[in-house]
Design a protein around this ligand. Structure first.
Ligand code: URP
Ligand code: ZN
Ligand code: ZN
Length: 460
């Protein structure tokens, strides 16, 4: 099986050239001008199009038991939605609750994905408690090919860990060379604010922001940075939403703390007024940390452009509006958190970032692919276009014009947070290890081609 992608403009994190890409089996083997297709090779004409390395989403929830319900996607639906949107690798948060064993959790999450995914996948292993048994299970999970942990400084009683657990998890990560990804909000402040607001009868969707304002997130970041400084662990702040929290991360980085920052496409293009929409519409936009004042968006875009923010993810967490989000109709603390966006990340980043002149194409590729592959021990197998890399490629048509709608999306959820939004450009062909998976917005590939990506820790 061979594939020739002809005459596209190849864009990586640091280069741009017009050339052909030849893939044999699962791998890119040659890049150059005027490459010949041997008999039987599949040929894709990429004239007038960009060719990007397959995008990686470093923060998704496919299997998520959360707030009394379950996220709606499965690997059957989620991986196809990812591919249609140009994402060829998923890194899912494996999130057993505090009551569950880490190893059983890992095996459960793996069973949901193995043999069911159209794209490649791996996991950040949730460390949702710390004791002797958990420690030895985390060591075993690292031996099985996981090189990053996930911790929550929020969600008291569900996934959240206390300070001793935080310290021990970071020390173990440092010893094993594992990166620790972290949800940073002060869980005590959130719980106290929620209690006060509800007692005052403030139950609406807009109050979600008031229960976890920027200072609560900034405190969470600062807290993590203190523990990272003491332990020397490598940390990665997930879903950073605001200027105030970014300031704390930058200050820590300047004093030598190992920290990378992820923001989300939602924070770049939506502000908190969406979560204040009347008639409970705002529930579609409830996530944590919450959508912020619009003034934060420019800070996030600039941070991305200037390399202060390293990656853009989705934190895809799909809950139906008509049923699941309704659980919080009279109490915002019961609205399942999350804004589904797995399918739209690249199109929105291109439209509102590149086309709007906020970031260039290289920043897009870096923040949504290359840097993620480097952060999480997937580079250069993933995240770039070079001989020897996996042939995960996105042929992107900048001339496409379309409109986002829940009616046409592949994500298994009953609404789109971006309903009616215009997009400029989309993937026209997407390949998974040398096989075409998407053509013009339709999944046409092998629904079970995806493989688990075993990773070796590199931060030792
Ligand atoms: O609101 C969010 N972020 N939902 C998913 C769970 C999490 O915090 O990552
Ligand atoms: Zn989170
Ligand atoms: Zn998340």
């Amino acid at each position: 099986m061979s594939l020739l992608i002809r005459n596209g403009e190849i864009v990586t994190a640091d280069s741009r050239s017009r050339a052909d890409i030849y893939c044999e089996g699962e791998t890119i083997t040659r890049i150059g001008a005027g490459l010949e297709a041997p008999p039987g090779a599949q040929v894709v004409d990429a004239t007038g199009k960009y060719v990007f390395p397959g995008f990686i989403d470093p923060h998704v929830h496919i299997t998520l038991p959360f707030m009394g319900t379950f996220a709606k996607d499965t690997y059957e639906t989620g991986s196809k939605a990812a591919l249609v949107g140009g994402t060829t690798t998923l890194i899912e948060m494996c999130c057993p609750s505090r009551a569950d064993d880490a190893l059983a959790g890992f095996e459960h999450w793996m069973a949901q994905a193995a043999g069911r995914s159209a794209c490649d996948f791996t996991f950040h292993m949730g460390a949702t408690r710390y004791d002797a048994a958990t420690e030895s299970q985390l060591r075993e999970i690292v031996r099985r090919g996981i090189s990053s942990f996930k911790i929550f400084l929020a969600y008291k009683g569900a996934f959240g860990i206390d300070d001793s657990e935080l310290y021990r998890t970071l020390k173990l990560a440092r010893e094993l060379g594992v990166v620790v990804t972290a949800h940073c909000e002060n869980e005590t402040l959130v719980a106290e604010r929620q209690r006060e607001l509800l007692a005052e009868g403030r139950t609406g969707t807009g109050e979600h922001h008031e229960s976890r304002p920027p200072v609560v997130e900034a405190e969470g970041v600062n807290h993590l940075m203190t523990f990272a400084e003491v332990t020397g662990a490598h940390t990665y702040i997930v879903h950073l939403s605001c200027a105030r929290a970014l300031g704390r991360a930058i200050a820590a980085r300047r004093r030598g703390v190992h920290v990378s920052v992820e923001t989300l496409i939602q924070y770049l293009v939506l502000d908190k007024t969406w979560a204040e929409k009347p008639d409970f519409e705002g529930a579609k936009y409830v996530m944590s940390p919450p959508l912020r004042d619009a003034a934060n968006q420019a800070v996030l875009w600039d941070g991305l452009r200037d390399g202060l923010i390293q990656t853009v993810a989705t934190d895809h967490a799909p809950f139906d509006f008509q049923s699941q989000k309704q659980m919080g109709r009279s109490d915002f603390t019961r609205i399942p958190n999350g804004i589904p966006s797995l399918e739209e990340r690249i199109n929105l980043l291109y439209t509102h970032g590149v086309r709007a002149g906020r970031i260039d194409l290289h920043t897009l590729v870096n923040a949504a692919s290359t840097r993620i592959a480097k952060e999480f021990d997937l580079f250069p197998r993933k995240g770039t276009i070079q001989p020897g890399a996996d042939a995960d490629l996105v042929v992107f048509d900048p001339a496409y014009r379309g409109v986002i709608s829940a009616k046409t999306q592949h994500m298994n959820v009953d609404y789109s947070a971006f309903e009616g939004w215009k997009i400029e450009g989309r993937p026209s062909v997407v390949t998974v290890r040398g096989e075409v998976a998407v053509r013009d917005g339709k999944f046409v590939g092998d629904p079970v081609r995806g493989r688990f990506l075993s990773r070796t820790p590199s931060r030792a």
